[in-house]
Design a protein around this ligand. Structure first.
Ligand SMILES: Cc1cc2nc3c(=O)[nH]c(=O)nc-3n(C[C@H](O)[C@H](O)[C@H](O)COP(=O)(O)OP(=O)(O)OC[C@H]3O[C@@H](n4cnc5c(N)ncnc54)[C@H](O)[C@@H]3O)c2cc1C
Ligand SMILES: NC(=O)c1ccc[n+]([C@@H]2O[C@H](COP(=O)([O-])OP(=O)(O)OC[C@H]3O[C@@H](n4cnc5c(N)ncnc54)[C@H](O)[C@@H]3O)[C@@H](O)[C@H]2O)c1
Length: 464
């Protein structure tokens, strides 16, 4: 499609991660002339230093536990499993390289012009891309974010999440700081791979925003797995003596470890992007401010994905990229929804969640809560500690509509994808009840929780 304007491209995308690649690929498929710049790695955070290598390492950790469990099922001559970190790193890095290669080839395949360098604005329609200057009718910022490091003395002695994927060997004693997704996933996985792990976070419970009962249950599970949990702790200083890092907390508590990981959040990657040269407004903290169609205050410049700091998950970034491409170049404009985004935390056991928590729902009006807690069949045999599954449904009083579903237990992220369809579409508890279970599974509990565990939110004002 030839461009009816004087610019080099119909669309130029800055950042070849989850959001940018999808936006560029679908836009080109609609016939737009598209360019994309990626300065570090095709596929972005998710493919290279996020979801993918993390999940491979989580799976590696599971095998150790399963090998230990196997004796309970009659397997013999197994011995104590030993983990080879370098072998895992090789397998992981090969898969990451394969996927990253697919991303760049996919773009070239649909005619997107790819630039393997950083880009920055020189004016609202012009970018410096490596040693070239390009112009575009529309520009999309999809530069993602970078790990943040608390500003404390000795912070340089700690690792950030990216560093996990280049470590040559597993440290023996590890302190993980942060009670969010990355803190919990890293603590659980590194413990499963044989490290002695301490997890410290500021609040009394981890995973702010998740259902309270699930937050309590994950602490029980991680503790049962041998992780030392330090709630209410914030690091104040790190000193290094040889390979030992000594972290002094604000409370005065001291933790010694061979490695400290900061998992204290991420910052939008807007530094050096030249947002001022284009006149783009940022929110406090650096995230780019956008409207419901991902337009910035400069109408032909868009931003999407983690750089907007809304729901920082890969499927959200890709959904927004796809919707924006359809809106700008497709036959029918559309928006993807930030409502009821299903979430998973890949701890052992993992967490799956969608919709309102019990606490959020109870603020809006009367709610029925259905819960079940049980030991899954596998662990009635292994007798492994801390393996209890918790499943809960949050149901609107009166209408019976499903408002939320939350679970900690094996396979919960896999199950939650299906349950999310019910919650997103406001199916009712009665419709779940009318669905026949699959036996014997843990998943059948979703359709067999008959009696409400409790009713809450009776006094709350019904939300408009
Ligand atoms: C350890 C970890 C685990 C995660 N696990 C999960 C998970 O299990 N599930 C999930 O849904 N999400 C997970 N996430 C979050 C997920 O990775 C992000 O939400 C997602 O990658 C965001 O996509 P994005 O396109 O906005 O940004 P990114 O994927 O970060 O892509 C941005 C790209 O822009 C490039 N770039 C930056 N500046 C420039 C510039 N000036 N010029 C050119 N290129 C530039 C960067 O190099 C990068 O490749 C995880 C994140 C981390 C850190
Ligand atoms: N399974 C998944 O889908 C998955 C996995 C990893 C990351 N992610 C995404 O990446 C984002 C970033 O992950 P994250 O875990 O870094 O961030 P997060 O926002 O989830 O958690 C950050 C944690 O660090 C704490 N913190 C912040 N500053 C601190 C300080 N100075 N000292 C001590 N603690 C401090 C916060 O209280 C919080 O507990 C997540 O919010 C999520 O959107 C998703």
């Amino acid at each position: 499609m030839s461009a009816p304007h004087p610019y080099d491209f119909d669309l130029f995308v800055i950042g070849g991660g989850s959001a940018g690649v999808r936006l560029a690929r679908i836009s080109a498929g609609h016939g737009a002339k598209v360019g994309i710049a990626e300065g570090r790695f095709w596929g972005g955070t998710c493919v290279n230093v996020g979801c993918v290598p993390k999940k491979i390492m989580v799976q590696a950790a599971e095998y150790g536990a399963w090998a230990r469990d196997a004796a309970a099922f009659g397997w013999t001559n197994l011995g104590e499993p030993q983990h080879d970190w370098a072998a895992l790193a090789r397998a992981r890095d090969m898969e990451v390289a394969r996927l990253s290669g697919i991303y760049s080839r996919m773009l070239a395949g649909v005619g997107v012009e790819i630039f393997e360098c950083y880009a920055h604005f020189t004016s609202p329609h012009e970018l410096r891309v490596g040693d070239r200057t390009v112009t575009a009718n529309r520009i999309a910022i999809a530069v993602g974010g970078n790990p943040d490091r608390p500003d404390i003395p000795g912070a340089e002695h700690a690792y950030i999440s990216d560093d996990l994927f280049t470590l040559k060997e597993r440290p023996r004693r590890i302190l993980v700081v942060g009670g969010g997704y990355i803190g919990l996933e890293f603590a659980s996985m590194l413990n499963g791979l044989g490290a002695e792990v301490t997890l410290a976070y500021r609040q009394s419970l981890p995973l702010r925003g998740f259902d309270h009962e699930i937050r309590e249950a994950v602490c029980e599970a991680l503790t049962a797995d041998g992780i030392t949990i330090l709630p209410g702790e914030t690091p104040a200083e790190i000193t290094r003596n040889g390979e030992t890092r000594t972290t002094r907390m604000a409370s005065g508590k001291v933790v010694e470890a061979d490695a400290v990981f900061f998992a204290t959040g991420r910052k939008p990657a807007t530094k050096g992007l030249g947002v001022d040269a284009a006149g783009i407004n940022c929110r406090e903290g650096g995230a780019i401010a956008v409207d419901d169609d991902h337009a910035t205050n400069i109408p032909h410049i868009f931003a999407l994905g983690d750089v907007t700091d809304r729901v920082n998950l890969t499927p959200v970034a890709t959904a927004m990229g796809h919707a924006l491409a359809d809106t700008l170049f497709g036959p029918k404009p559309r928006r993807a929804s930030y409502e009821n985004v299903p979430k998973a935390v890949f701890t052992s056991p993992p967490i799956g969640s969608v919709g309102l928590t019990e606490e959020e729902a109870a603020l809006r009006g009367p709610v029925e809560v259905y819960t079940t807690r049980f030991t899954p069949m596998r662990h009635t045999i292994t007798r492994r500690e801390g393996r209890k599954t918790l499943m809960k449904l949050v149901v609107e009083g009166g209408t019976g509509c499903l408002l939320g579903a939350h679970m900690i237990g094996e396979d919960s992220p896999e199950m939650m994808q299906g349950i999310a369809v019910a919650v997103v579409n406001r199916l009712t508890k009665a419709q779940l009840d009318a669905t026949i279970g699959i036996h014997p599974t843990a998943a059948e509990e979703w359709v067999t929780m008959r009696v409400a565990t409790r009713r809450v939110g009776e006094g709350a004002a019904k939300a408009a």
